[in-house]
Design a protein around this ligand. Structure first.
Ligand code: AR6
Length: 175
């Protein structure tokens, strides 16, 4: 599907309408890509996250919220919370991970955003097996884009080599 693109590197540098953050349900920041996004975007992101926490409470697994992207080239950050591997059945984990991609794209659409960059949600600290995560992510995005979406491009931004090779193989064989 030509709307789906593969990129390698640091998601904080992406010139897209929205970068997605692999957050935790506190929305208060953390390590990995979450730390990188808050560092690159600056304190305005945390300020908005605090406001969301005050109004809506914690962000449940699979759900997504939106803030400014602060100093990053992107316009917005969509924060989603991936499942922690081992906390749910395998089937539920795959469904919750797919929810992250679907709900992030829904939120992008609702905000009139056309290009979205995703990191490989849950495949770092949260320990989701990378091959299973890549399959679930690609399937969820393809289904979403296939059902009449206003989103024009979705980037899978792979930071590590293993994910990049997995996505490269899956996207070239499935296209
Ligand atoms: N750009 C793109 N991808 C990145 C970057 C970056 N700058 N840095 C890391 N990755 P992780 P999770 C990749 O651990 O597993 C945080 O502490 C990384 O190689 O960031 O969903 C949160 O606050 C990996 O493939 O997120 C949560 O507590 C992917 O991003 C928890 O970690 C996801 O790894 C979330 O864990």
């Amino acid at each position: 599907m030509e709307k789906i693109k593969l990129a390698r590197g640091d998601i904080t540098k992406m010139e897209v309408d929205a970068v997605v953050n692999a957050a935790n349900s506190s929305l208060m920041g953390g390590g990995g890509v979450d730390g990188a996004i808050h560092r690159a975007g600056g304190p305005a992101i945390l300020e908005e996250c605090k406001q969301i926490r005050a109004e809506c409470g914690k962000c449940p697994t699979g759900q997504a919220v939106i803030t400014t992207a602060g100093n990053m080239p992107a316009r917005k950050v969509i924060h989603t919370v991936g499942p922690i591997w081992g906390h749910h059945s395998e089937k539920d984990s795959e469904r919750l991970l797919a929810d992250c991609y679907r709900n992030s794209l829904k939120l992008a659409e609702a905000n009139g955003l056309k290009s979205v960059a995703f990191p490989n949600i849950s495949t770092g600290v949260y320990g989701f097996p990378k091959d299973k995560a890549a399959k679930a992510a690609i399937q969820a995005v393809k289904e979403f884009l296939g059902s009449g979406s206003s989103i024009e491009s979705v980037y899978f931004v792979c930071f590590d080599e293993e994910n990049f090779h997995l996505y490269n193989a899956l996207l070239t064989t499935n296209n």
